[in-house]
Ligand binder design. Structure first.
Ligand code: F6R
Length: 601
């Protein structure tokens, strides 16, 4: 939800700012803009354009040479995606520029008071109230922008990352954060501020985490972090474990395709060193239930987790949509283990559900992909997935590694509660270890599926059927297709079909069916469900580990433990969604209306 970047150093700022925006564009692409000091004391140079970063780049004519600057890529909340609503926003003198990620909840009240004082507003955004407030506060604090930022943050309600630069003091960039991400990139004679380390990864691998309600003031050679009372705070430094090439497309036509193909490695990296046990410092024996909270794809991973953790650990598991959870005042206490799952670690719905659970004394074990993210930092323990940077907006390799995290937690619970024998644990571990090779095998044989998919590009709607863990997999397949191909798609539990959804089937409706492990009772039931839709005119694409006579199109996946089947069966579903989006001429990596990291509720 909005990407933010700031640079101050020895080089011309334009290059690292635009490069940073390019790497952060996955966070929002409704508009993009930059502010660069032209001459000390003179109005800042500003360029901003609605639409993708490319529009901004095309509009950039001659820009002043400057060693500092800030840039923003927007996912619109308040005010449509127009040039005027694009960030940065300026004070009335045009000397102070501000960019923002998040929502300022009390902006209307602030705007009313500021307009009464004579401030002139140009946009419909919540952000513009903050730049005017900051401008007054800076004057009150004798030009000290960091002190002004602290003062302003105390007046703001909501969630935000803010970055500001002033023409009178152009080497300083001041940032602040509450509930939205901001990291410092520590360079040599240059420093960075950004929503995500990807923005500066080609310049430095040293970063600094910022805590809640902290203000940071960077110059090329200094980084000062304070809390809102002005007390100095020591931030936590960390080393970024991946390099710039991980955030490049590397010969693939889209990041999503690259990330689909990175799944074997991501799974192997997430498993490595963990099959003999997890170092979590959590007393599993004290819990009488587990609650998984997550959104979207991560929620679908949680649904699969329920099957595995309940089966192996013999403990009740509920899976909750994070955005709904706290509003129904659920019953939980210190005997509840809450597992938030989040690729970004910044999803506001998940964070708020986590905080609710904490307030009820539950223990929090999060599953996150982003080191040092807010959800990770606010948890009692973290199991990091090692998917590496996921740039495409649609989640693929992060989902695969979230599934692995679920199995690892299921195994750990069973180890700690003694619900599986040593032999059973060994057998499961071996099966998990084989997953990377099995995913690789599917990737080597998906080409015909790409051809098949194109045949359905004009379908009105596509249905996905599954049973057992195939059901959450079907939900994930439908979600991918909706977000990428903009087609109506729904996932159903096979047995549920006859209770209503079968009315959707018409001549030629494509139905993607995920067959449970062959020979099982579930497989028989699913076979009947397939016949039911075929009898009503559906064209059925069957994903199965063994031949299926009634299939119009057939995709083979390797044999695997039923609980682990989603790791394999989701791969063809990802390919279908990808291919359909390409066939329909959609923007695969940046689908309309979406953003990668959803930092508003
Ligand atoms: C779908 C997708 C989203 C995310 C959801 C949660 O492809 O990417 O549904 O899974 O917004 O995001 P995280 O995992 O960052 O909390």
């Amino acid at each position: 939800m909005c990407g933010i970047v700031g640079y101050t150093g020895k080089d011309s700022a334009l290059t690292p700012v635009i490069e940073g925006l390019r790497r952060l564009e996955y966070r929002g692409y409704d508009s993009a803009g930059i502010a660069i000091p032209a001459e000390i004391g003179k109005p800042l140079f500003i360029e901003k354009r609605s639409g993708k970063l490319k529009n901004l780049e095309d509009a950039l004519g001659k820009t002043p040479k400057s060693n500092s600057g800030i840039g923003h890529t927007r996912w619109a909340t308040h005010g449509g995606p127009t040039d005027t609503n694009a960030h940065p926003h300026l004070d009335n003198e045009g000397k102070l520029a501000l960019i923002h990620n998040g929502i300022i909840e009390n902006y209307e009240q602030l705007r009313y008071e500021l307009e009464k004082k004579g401030h002139k507003f140009k946009s419909e955004t919540d952000t513009e109230s903050v730049v005017h407030l900051l401008s007054d506060a800076r004057k009150e604090n004798n030009g000290d922008l960091a002190a002004a930022m602290r003062q302003v943050c105390k007046q703001l309600k909501g969630s935000f990352t803010l970055l500001a630069i002033h023409a009178d003091d152009p080497t300083h960039i001041v940032g602040a954060r509450r509930n939205s991400p901001l990291v410092v990139g520590i360079g040599d004679g240059e420093n960075f501020l950004a929503s995500d380390v990807a923005a500066f990864i080609s310049h430095t691998k040293k970063a600094l985490e910022l805590g809640q309600d902290q203000v940071v003031d960077i110059t090329p050679t200094s980084i000062e972090v304070t809390d809102l009372s002005g007390q100095k705070v020591t931030g936590k430094e960390f080393e970024i474990s991946w390099d710039a090439t991980a955030a490049e497309r590397g010969g693939f036509s889209h990041f999503m395709l690259k990330e689909i193909y990175e799944q074997p490695k991501a799974i192997a990296d997430t498993l490595i060193g963990r099959l003999s046990g997890l170092d979590l410092k959590i007393k599993f024996k004290k819990f009488n239930k587990i609650v998984i909270i997550a959104c979207g794809t991560a929620y679908n991973a949680g649904l699969v987790g329920k099957y595995a953790i309940e089966k192996w650990g013999n403990i009740p598991v509920d899976v909750e949509l994070a955005s709904e959870y706290r509003y129904r005042e659920p019953s939980l206490d210190k005997k509840t283990l809450v597992i938030p799952i989040s690729q970004s670690g910044e999803t506001m719905d998940t964070l708020m559900a986590l905080r609710y659970a904490k307030s009820k004394n539950a223990t929090i074990l999060s599953v996150c992909n982003t080191n040092g993210s807010t959800i990770a930092r606010e948890s009692d323990a973290v199991l990091y997935t090692h998917a590496g940077p996921e740039i495409a907006v649609a989640s693929t390799k992060a989902f695969a590694t979230q599934l692995i995290a679920m199995y690892l937690i299921g195994l750990e619970v069973s180890r700690k509660l003694g619900t599986l024998t040593k032999n059973e644990i060994k057998q499961i571990s071996e099966e998990l270890n084989q997953l990377p090779a099995k995913v690789e095998q599917i990737l080597e044989t998906v080409e015909p599926l790409r051809q098949t998919t194109r045949k359905f590009k004009s379908a009105e709607s596509v249905l996905f059927l599954g049973r057992h863990v195939g059901y959450p997999t079907a939900l994930e397949g439908a979600l991918k297709l909706k977000e990428l191909a903009y087609m109506h798609a729904e996932g159903f539990a096979g047995g549920e079909l006859k209770h209503g959804p079968i009315a959707l089937i018409d001549q030629g409706t494509p139905v993607v069916a995920i067959m449970p492990t062959s020979g099982s009772l579930l497989a028989e039931k699913m076979a009947s469900n397939i016949q039911e839709v075929k009898a009503r005119g559906a064209i059925v694409i069957v994903i199965s580990e063994s031949d299926f006579a009634g299939a119009d199109h057939f995709i083979r996946i390797p044999k695997v433990n039923q609980l682990m089947q989603p790791v394999l069966s989701v791969v063809p579903l990802q390919v279908i969604a990808y291919e359909m989006a390409v066939a329909r001429g959609n923007d695969v990596d940046q689908p309309r209306n979406l953003a990668k990291s959803v930092t508003v509720e």
